[in-house]
Design a protein around this ligand. Structure first.
Ligand code: ASP
Ligand code: MG
Length: 458
């Protein structure tokens, strides 16, 4: 039977009203003849609260920890009652067990005034373990054949707590073993996103925002027909809607375009999501749980050629530029190798690179190891650092075949203080680095130039 993975983010399961909407959406999909496999985030804002409680516990704020935990329990119990699931003995039992566990984890942190990544994972995972139980019980309460599945039995990972990497082959085996029988019976498996299990049995998480990734891993594991990411916007947009108020939904994207956009800051999709889907060639749809009738964005290997030259813009703030100049003589070979070895040593990803004969400029998003990196570079190079920069990316498959398009992008921005310009190796994007203070104006301007609806070809 064809299965569809349907992932609902925190805002789509924020309360009973939202969960009822989820149930209607899942029911409609089922009525169309495909079996839903449902992956849910924690109820909106719960992950932040849980990690906040871990921090309070570390600081020894016992009263706040007690109050915060009680509040979370009240919230989950309240939504369960609203959904008519409060009489469900297995749900009550699951909540009791999960909250007792949470309580002891927080207590342990309080006792030693320290929270290790392993404990943080166990705490953060409570959010999805609770929400998935709640959604399954709510479905059962309205007569749907829902089966709760412990996501940790499916999403098998390594032991890098707080940012665990999935073990793809093991997940495929586990997903088929745990989920196929449920799908074959026409029942709805419900599992929490974000959480997994390390080889030693401990609970892991895939990193913040990881529920999308879970959905894609599960979808690839069972060979689903489609992976749906239900969120609170109408799809991937032509620009960041907080910057550009008339951004449009992009109806179709290629996997490569979506991956670039997610990587360059489009918030709608977790950057890792796309890879498992690509590997199995499974279409990914971005949909709005508040407006299920909206068409959303469909991401496939080979989308229909649209009448547009560019797919979308994306941006990232808080970027740091490092200008690194060889302090030795010209043409020192091995210079770039030494430069990149430093970034590698401090586990920092480089986003954009431009080079000249004796210098290289790179951008980094994560500046936590910045001082160490600079110190190591200074051993063989001169370094200048510029913070508060932003990255503005224009993405589109057509950039690979029409070089005039890149010129159009740069030409549109002549009045802006561009610090770096790069057309990536894939040549599917043109990336501009400029001061954060100029980003909003540049993005609005570029969007108007490249995407203005004029009735003609864009
Ligand atoms: N609940 C997790 C988070 O807030 C994972 C997710 O929702 O994707 O990061
Ligand atoms: Mg999300």
């Amino acid at each position: 039977m064809p299965a569809v993975v349907m992932k609902f983010g925190g805002s789509s399961v924020v309360d009973a009203t939202a969960i009822r909407r989820v149930i209607r959406i899942v029911t409609a999909e089922r009525d169309r003849g495909r079996v839903p496999v449902v992956v849910v985030s924690a109820l909106g804002r719960v992950t932040d609260r849980l990690l906040g409680l871990a921090e309070e516990a570390r600081l020894g704020h016992q009263v706040d920890v007690e109050a915060g935990t009680a509040e979370l329990l009240r919230r989950h119990a309240h939504e369960a009652a609203q959904l008519g699931a409060d009489g469900d003995a297995s749900l009550v039992q699951a909540f009791d067990t999960q909250f007792a566990h949470l309580h002891s984890l927080l207590q342990a942190i309080e006792d030693c005034r320290a929270a290790d990544p392993r404990a943080l994972d166990a705490i953060a995972a409570s959010g999805e373990l609770l929400s998935s139980r709640l959604v399954a019980a709510a479905m059962t309460a309205v007569g749907l054949p829902a089966v709760w599945v412990d996501a940790r039995d499916v999403v098998l990972t390594d032991d890098r707590h707080t940012c665990a990497a999935p073990r793809i082959d093991d997940i495929a085996v586990a997903a088929r073993e745990k989920l196929d029988p449920i799908v074959s019976a026409g029942s709805i498996a419900v599992l929490g996103g974000f959480v997994g299990r390390a080889p030693d049995g401990s609970t892991t998480t895939l990193g913040r925002g990881g529920s999308d990734y879970s959905a894609a891993l599960v979808g690839a594991g069972i060979g689903a027909d489609e992976i749906q990411i239900w969120t609170d916007v109408d799809g991937m947009l032509t620009a960041d809607p907080r910057v550009v108020n008339d951004a449009d939904v992009v109806p179709h994207l290629s996997f490569a375009e979506a991956a670039e956009l997610a990587y360059f800051g489009a918030k709608v999709l977790h950057p890792s999501t796309i890879f498992p889907a690509v590997a199995r060639n499974i279409p990914v749809r971005i949909l709005n749980s508040h407006r299920p009738e909206a068409k959303g964005t469909l991401i496939t290997a080979d989308p229909p050629r649209a009448h547009r030259s560019f797919a979308a813009l994306a941006c990232k703030r808080g970027i740091t530029i490092l200008d690194i100049t060889s302090s030795r003589m010209l043409m020192a070979h091995g210079f770039l190798r030494r430069v990149f070895e430093v970034f590698d040593r401090f586990e920092t990803a480089v986003d954009v690179v431009t080079t000249s004969e004796v210098s290289v400029s790179v951008t980094i998003d994560d500046n936590r190891r910045g001082p160490d990196i600079v110190a190591a570079l200074l051993e063989f190079a001169d370094v200048t650092v510029e913070e508060q920069m932003a990255l503005l990316a224009v993405v589109g498959d057509r950039l690979t075949t029409n070089s005039a398009l890149a010129a159009r992008v740069v030409g549109a921005l002549t009045s802006f203080p561009l610090r770096m310009i790069s057309q990536a190796a894939s040549r599917r994007n043109v990336t501009i680095v400029l001061p954060e203070a100029s980003l909003a104006r540049a993005m609005m301007h570029l969007h108007r130039e490249l995407f203005a609806v004029s009735g003609q070809m864009r």
